[in-house]
Design a binder for this molecule. Structure first.
Ligand code: ADP
Length: 473
C-alpha cells in the first residue's frame, strides 16, 4: 500500500464490496420473504376456492359419492396434492388417486381444513406438497393456517434460487463496472498529485522555472496555483541572490583593485611609500569597511533579524543632533541648513540609533547633491499635516528637502533599491555604494513607517518619512 492510487483503489474496492454485498443480501432477504408471502396467499385462496366447490358438491349430492370424479377436474396448485376425507376420516378424494380408501390417520395427514355444509362438518380437506411429502407423519400438510405457512415447494424454491442467482450476477456485474470506473476515476483524481510531485522533484533539482500544469478549479487547482507562486518567488529570490552576489563582487572589486594597484606600485618603487599614498589605501579600506557594515545591516533588516532597541524617542532633538553633526561639512560646502520643528510633538517608539542613521543618510545625500550656496531644509511635523494621511494623528513626519540637481523621474521608482545609483560615476566618487536609501527604507519599514521621495530635476528633492507613534518592533 505505497501510493495514494493504491490506497484509493483499495478503499473503493472495500466500499463497492460492502455496498454490493449488503444490497444483494438485503434484496435476497426481501425477495425471499415477499415471494413466500405471495405463494402462501395464493395457496390460501386456492384452498378456500376448493373448499367452496366441495361444499357445493356435498350440498347438491348429499354425500361424497363420486367426488373423486370432481378431483380430476379441479385446477391444481403447482405440484400440490389435494386430499379429501369424509367425516369419519376415510379418504374419498385424492388428486393423485393413491390414498383412496385409506384413512387420514393411516397416512398421517394433519392440519385439516373443514368442509362445512349447513353448519355441519361433512369432511376435511388436506393440501399436501408432493415434493416435500416423505411419508407418514413427515410431510407438511395443509390446514387453515398451515396452507399459508407451508414451506416452498421445489419449483417455488427453484424460482427463488433463479431470481437470487440473477441478483447475484447483476450485483457482480455492477461491482465490476463500479470498480473499473473507480480505477479510471482514481487515476484521474490522483493525476494532479502526480503532477505536483513531478514539479516538486524538478524544483528540488534546481529547475526553478518549472511550473505545474493543473487546470482543475478544485482544491488541487488551488494547491497547484500556490505551488506555482511558491516556485515563482523561489525563482525570483534566486535571481535576486545572484544579482546581489554580482553587485557585491562588483562593489568590492573597485576599492580592492585601487588598494592592490597602489601597494604594487609602492612595492615596485613607482609610488613613494609616503603618507599620501598610505592615506589613499586607508580611504579605500574605510570604504570597504562601510560597504561590509551596510551589507550586514541590510541583510539583517531584510531577514527581520536586526536587533532594535525601541524606546520613546524625541525626534526633534534626534534631528537636531544629526544636523549639528553635519554642520562642519555643510559649512565646508557653503550650504545653509535649517530646521523647522513643530512644538510639543509626542515621543515616538523607535530605535534612536537606527533612525539617526536614516536621517544622517538623507542629510548627507542632500548635502552631496546640492551645489554650494544653496540650502537644505529639514522639517519635523505631525504626520497628519500631510494631505490624506491615513495613520494616527500623533505620528511624526521628518522631511529633508534640498535645492540641488533633483532626480530624473525615470529613476524615482528605483531609488530605494539596493546598489541603485542615478549617476554611477559621481556617486562612486562620493563614496556611495547605492545602499543608503535601501537601508533607510528597511529601517523605516521595520518601525512600521513609510519613506518616499518627491523630486524635480534642476529644482531639488524632498525625502520624507513618517514614523507611527506606537512603533512596530
Ligand atoms: P549612495 O550611498 O550612493 O548615496 P543611496 O542609496 O543613498 O546611495 O542613494 C541612491 C542614489 O540616489 C544616489 O546614488 C543618488 O544618485 C540618488 N540620490 C539620493 N539622494 C539624492 C538627492 N538628495 N538628490 C539627488 N539624488 C539623490
Amino acid at each position: 500500500m505505497r501510493s495514494l492510487n493504491w490506497k484509493l483503489t483499495l478503499a473503493l474496492l472495500l466500499v463497492v464490496a460492502v455496498s454490493v454485498g449488503l444490497t444483494a443480501y438485503l434484496t435476497n432477504l426481501g425477495t425471499t420473504s415477499e415471494f413466500s408471502q405471495y405463494v402462501s396467499q395464493g395457496r390460501l385462496s386456492y384452498v378456500e376456492q376448493v373448499q367452496e366447490t366441495l361444499s357445493d358438491y356435498y350440498a347438491d349430492t348429499g354425500s361424497w359419492q363420486g367426488v373423486q370424479g370432481l378431483f380430476g377436474d379441479l385446477p391444481r396448485f403447482g405440484t400440490y396434492r389435494l386430499v379429501l376425507a369424509d367425516s369419519s376420516g376415510l379418504i374419498v378424494g385424492d388428486t393423485d388417486a393413491e390414498w383412496l380408501g385409506k384413512t387420514t390417520s393411516q397416512i398421517g395427514l394433519v392440519d385439516p381444513v373443514s368442509v362445512v355444509v349447513s353448519g355441519q362438518e361433512v369432511g376435511t380437506l388436506y393440501l399436501v406438497s408432493s415434493s416435500t411429502w416423505h411419508g407418514h407423519g413427515q410431510g407438511p400438510i395443509a390446514g387453515d393456517e398451515s396452507a399459508a405457512q407451508q414451506p416452498l415447494t421445489g419449483e417455488e424454491q427453484d424460482f427463488l434460487d433463479r431470481a437470487n442467482r440473477s441478483l447475484a450476477i447483476a450485483g457482480a456485474v455492477g461491482a465490476a463496472v463500479a470498480i473499473l470506473l473507480g480505477l479510471v476515476l482514481t487515476r484521474q483524481i490522483t493525476r494532479p498529485i502526480r503532477e505536483l510531485k513531478k514539479g516538486a522533484n524538478r524544483i528540488a533539482r534546481g529547475k526553478l522555472s518549472y511550473r505545474v500544469k493543473v487546470k482543475s478549479q478544485d482544491e488541487f487547482g488551488e494547491l497547484a496555483k500556490s505551488f506555482n507562486s511558491m516556485a515563482t518567488s523561489l525563482e525570483n529570490s534566486e535571481e535576486a541572490r545572484q544579482r546581489l552576489l554580482a553587485d557585491i563582487a562588483h562593489e568590492l572589486r573597485t576599492p580592492l583593485s585601487v588598494i592592490e594597484g597602489t601597494v604594487d606600485a609602492m612595492l615596485d618603487g613607482v609610488f613613494e611609500t609616503d603618507a599620501a599614498n598610505l592615506r589613499s589605501i586607508k580611504e579605500e579600506t574605510a570604504l570597504l569597511t562601510r560597504l561590509v557594515a551596510d551589507l550586514r545591516d541590510l541583510s539583517l533588516a531584510e531577514s527581520g533579524q536586526l536587533k532594535m532597541e525601541v524606546a520613546p524617542t524625541d525626534l526633534v532633538s534626534l534631528v537636531q543632533r544629526v544636523i549639528s553633526q553635519a554642520e562642519v561639512i555643510a559649512q565646508q560646502k557653503e550650504i545653509t541648513m535649517s530646521l523647522d520643528a513643530a512644538e510639543k510633538l509626542p515621543r515616538v517608539a523607535a530605535d534612536a540609533g537606527r533612525i539617526e542613521q536614516v536621517v544622517a543618510n538623507l542629510l548627507s545625500n542632500a548635502l552631496n547633491h546640492t551645489p554650494p550656496g544653496s540650502s537644505v531644509a529639514v522639517t519635523v511635523a505631525p504626520a497628519d499635516s500631510l494631505p490624506g494621511y491615513q495613520g494616527s494623528k500623533e505620528d511624526v513626519l521628518i522631511s529633508v528637502a534640498d535645492t540641488g540637481e533633483g532626480i530624473p523621474p525615470q529613476h524615482l521608482p528605483h531609488i530605494f533599491e539596493r546598489f541603485y545609483r542615478v549617476d554611477d560615476a559621481r556617486s562612486r566618487m562620493l563614496g556611495g555604494a547605492g545602499l543608503g536609501l535601501a537601508i533607510a527604507k528597511q529601517m523605516v519599514e521595520l518601525h512600521g513607517g513609510k519613506i518616499w521621495v518627491e523630486s524635480q530635476p534642476g529644482k531639488g528633492s524632498r525625502f520624507s518619512l513618517t514614523l507611527p507613534v506606537s512603533g512596530q518592533a
